[in-house]
Design a protein around this ligand. Structure first.
Ligand code: ADP
Ligand code: MG
Length: 471
């Protein structure tokens, strides 16, 4: 059982991973890894740094465990170990940078050398930043009761970067306009003063840059790049949660920006206090600024949004049609836009005028398709992702509160979303008694209104399930 050909097994798994993740992800997280040993069904993977350890053990745990199962069925779990001795696989450490040039080396010969040799892992952090999207502006952002506060705060910081609300923390569910609003701030700042340095970056990309900078010995450039900004916009900060080292570095950059009165704008899918694995000092920093939420738009607002989006595209739809769409698509603005696009595309293709009857028939089709069936495994996975725990742990008998609570939530959702029988839910969770399941469901049911954690968790997971269904 333990007689694995370690390099060969690992290479097979790496090949499989490479076909499943983006090239950037593959290079960043798997490039310098090795399978060191297998003891009692447990594999030890050598990784070059703490970031890779965190990512492999959290983000990629599910994928890795299933690939071990597929290619080396004797391996049921794994852990990561920091490689201490420099391995032949490791890329040069900072001190050796002169010998192996990076993008920061200014010599042209070195530069071309790099391109031919290690093109796939270009170590330039600037290459990751997506420019601001000019499509997003305050002009086409509709303000209503659900986003009033966030909008007002966002507008206010444009004219007084770093002085008013710092950081400004905007949170809300998927597709509700966080990215749009934050990019509007960036665009407005640039419009007012093109010399201002603005960076918009997702927390995931920020992490990738950070890791690459560490690996390439360009941490100083990385830091000074960020410390030179007038406005740093970080989207979806929940993805930083649980990654200790990233948080640690982020905290330092955050602090220096803050002390220099530079503006920081952050978004998340939930308020800082609900990001369980966020470092305390980061959380309290976030709470020290301004926190504004964006909730779901009301029916009237959904109609207004639809009408403005239709107008943007030069199409006028009857009021009754707008109301019909808004009544049927309730979760977020992205879905409203999706429905409109579908209707327009159909009418254009068939050279038809979008009448109410036609829209109804197009939408009926769309709504049915939108309701992609969700499986119990999807619910368990999405719940585990929300709590950032390994989905498999939920199925095991541990009583640890950090697992027990997510498990109860998953059971509750299986019951309420899929109407699964109690004993079937019990079976899914390693043969638990139906009364245990019932107890869990009742506990969540009764905490749903009063308990903040329960409420936020259910709300966010519902939104994710909805987004997943309509993907
Ligand atoms: P989030 O970042 O919260 O997931 P986005 O900002 O990506 O959501 O918004 C999803 C889509 O909905 C985008 O196309 C955006 O332009 C649109 N949208 C969201 N809120 C509004 C609004 N208040 N006014 C106009 N468009 C909006
Ligand atoms: Mg977004």
């Amino acid at each position: 059982m333990e007689n694995f050909d370690l390099p060969k097994t690992w290479q097979t798994i790496l090949d499989d991973i490479e076909s499943q993740v983006s090239p950037a992800n593959f290079v960043t997280w798997f490039k310098n890894t090795e399978l060191l040993e297998v003891v009692d069904g447990s594999a030890v993977i050598s990784v070059p740094n703490g970031f890779a350890k965190e990512w492999l053990e959290n983000r990629f745990a599910h994928l890795l465990t299933s690939l071990f199962q597929k290619h080396a069925s004797g391996i049921t779990r794994f852990e990561c170990r920091l490689s201490t001795a420099p391995s032949r696989l490791l890329r040069p450490q900072p001190k050796m940078v002169e010998k192996t040039p990076t993008m920061f080396s200014h010599s042209t010969t070195n530069y071309s050398n790099l391109q031919t040799k290690t093109d796939e892992s270009k170590p330039s952090f600037t290459s990751h930043q997506s420019p601001l999207n000019p499509r997003y502006s305050f002009h086409n952002f509709i303000v209503a009761e659900h986003n009033e506060l966030a909008h007002a705060a966002a507008k206010a910081i444009v004219g007084s970067l770093g002085n008013l609300y710092n950081p400004l923390f905007i949170y809300g569910g998927v597709g509700l306009g966080k990215t749009h609003l934050m990019q509007s701030v960036g665009n407005a700042v640039k419009k007012e003063d093109p010399t201002k340095k603005v960076v918009y970056i997702s927390a995931e990309r920020f992490t990738t840059e950070l890791v690459e900078s560490l690996r390439n010995g360009t941490m100083e450039q990385f830091k000074s790049h960020y410390q030179n900004l007038d406005l740093l916009i970080i989207d979806d900060i929940q993805f930083l949660a649980g990654r200790e080292k990233t948080q640690h570095e982020f905290f330092h950059i955050f602090n220096s920006l803050y002390q220099l009165n530079k503006q920081i704008l952050i978004s998340s899918d939930r308020p800082p206090q609900s990001i369980a694995t966020l470092e305390d000092r980061l959380r309290s920093r976030f709470q020290g600024g301004m926190i504004a939420d964006i909730s779901r738009p009301s029916l009237e607002t959904r109609v207004a949004i639809l009408s403005s989006k239709a107008e943007e595209k030069g199409v006028k739809l009857p009021e009754e049609a707008l109301v019909y769409i808004a009544e049927n698509i309730v979760h977020n603005v992205r879905e409203l836009e999706g429905a409109l696009n579908k209707i327009f595309a159909f009418c254009q293709l068939q050279h038809l005028t979008p009448t109410v009857a036609l829209i109804k028939s197009i939408l009926q089709d769309y709504l049915v398709k939108m309701q992609k069936n969700i499986s119990p495994q999807d619910i368990i996975r999405i719940t585990a992702e929300y709590f950032q725990v390994d989905g498999k742990l939920l199925l095991e008998p541990t009583r640890k509160q950090s697992i027990a609570f997510p498990r109860q939530i998953a059971m509750y959702l299986l019951r309420t979303e899929l109407a699964l029988p109690l004993n079937q839910i019990g079976d899914l969770f390693g043969g638990r008694d139906h009364t245990t399941v019932l107890h869990s469901v009742e506990k969540i049911e009764s905490g749903k209104e009063g308990d903040k954690n329960t409420k936020t968790a259910l709300h966010t997971i519902h939104e994710r399930l909805q987004a997943f269904r309509s993907e």
